[in-house]
Design a protein around this ligand. Structure first.
Ligand SMILES: Nc1ncnc2c1ncn2[C@@H]1O[C@H](COP(=O)(O)OP(=O)(O)OP(=O)(O)O)[C@@H](O)[C@H]1O
Ligand SMILES: [Mg+2]
Length: 249
């Protein structure tokens, strides 16, 4: 079993797109996959065609309930979603001193039924983020291409260190929304070997990804086309890296 989180403390960098793309690719390559939407905005839930859950499910979970109680199937074979609900905005308050262990236990209980669990995290430096990073075997970090990409990554390390997570999570970063017409972007991605901790895969800007929210076949955008092909390659990298770090193998 592999638990993979898509995380960055900044908003709008492609976390949800990445969580959905990795989950869809995992399912498409034969893995029983669960996408857990931990952002009360519910974008991942919407992108896989599900409705937001009823208010309070997140709290029930932390009170000892099972993720399996709220799981819904999607139209992608082998892909289920645990949808977001508005109680998630109170999750920080409910995660007490043992919140990190608690959330990890919730994930581990669901893990018997799935090969891959993908967590979509809200953009924050919070107890929820710390708990998600603690539960994950691998944290995938999308960095938007541009002059601030490297400093954004350095900031992220500082934020993660400030959360004081017992085991520092393993990170795999990659550049996304790359537009090769821009010299600044070309300078960033034309590397001989990627920096340490980076995937060599870069995801291009692709309008099909933006249209996913209104596409009757939204999974196409992350399985084919320019961004879809890149996400397929990223999934292969992520699966390899997660296998190397997963306790369960
Ligand atoms: N490769 C891409 N090409 C074009 N647009 C993209 C690409 N990846 C993401 N986007 C768009 O960028 C916007 C932000 O993406 P996304 O919602 O995945 O980011 P996020 O980090 O989850 O945001 P938030 O912090 O609000 O949760 C969305 O409109 C999405 O469609
Ligand atoms: Mg998001």
């Amino acid at each position: 079993m592999r638990t993979i989180a898509s995380y960055h403390h900044k908003g709008g960098v492609g976390k949800t797109t990445t969580a959905v793309a990795l989950a869809v690719n995992a399912a498409d390559t034969g893995h029983r996959t669960l996408l857990w939407d931990l952002d009360p905005q519910g974008s991942a839930t919407r992108l896989v065609g599900a409705d937001r859950g009823s208010d309070g499910v997140a709290e029930a979970l932390l009170a000892g309930g099972s993720l399996l109680d709220g799981v819904r199937p999607t139209t992608q074979d082998r892909l289920d979603v645990f949808p977001a609900d508005l109680s998630l905005r109170r999750l920080d308050r409910h995660l007490g001193d043992d919140g990190r262990e608690h959330l990890r236990a919730v994930v581990e209980r669901a893990a018997e039924h799935y090969d891959v669990i993908v967590l979509d995290c809200p953009p924050s430096v919070s107890e929820v983020a710390a708990a998600v990073l603690y539960a994950a075997d691998l944290v995938v970090v999308p960095l938007t291409a541009g002059p601030l990409a490297w400093s954004a990554y350095a900031d992220l390390y500082t934020e993660i260190d400030a959360m004081g997570i017992a085991e520092r999570p393993r990170l795999l970063a990659f550049l996304t929304m790359v537009d090769r017409r821009k010299g600044l972007h070309r300078d960033l991605v034309d590397w001989d070997t990627p920096p340490d901790g980076f995937s060599a895969v870069t995801v291009p800007t692709d309008s099909r990804v933006e249209r996913m929210a209104i596409d009757p076949h939204p999974f196409r955008a992350v399985l084919s086309g320019r961004a879809g092909e890149a996400y397929g390659a990223l999934w292969a990298d992520v699966a390899g890296a997660a296998r190397a770090t997963s306790v369960a193998g």
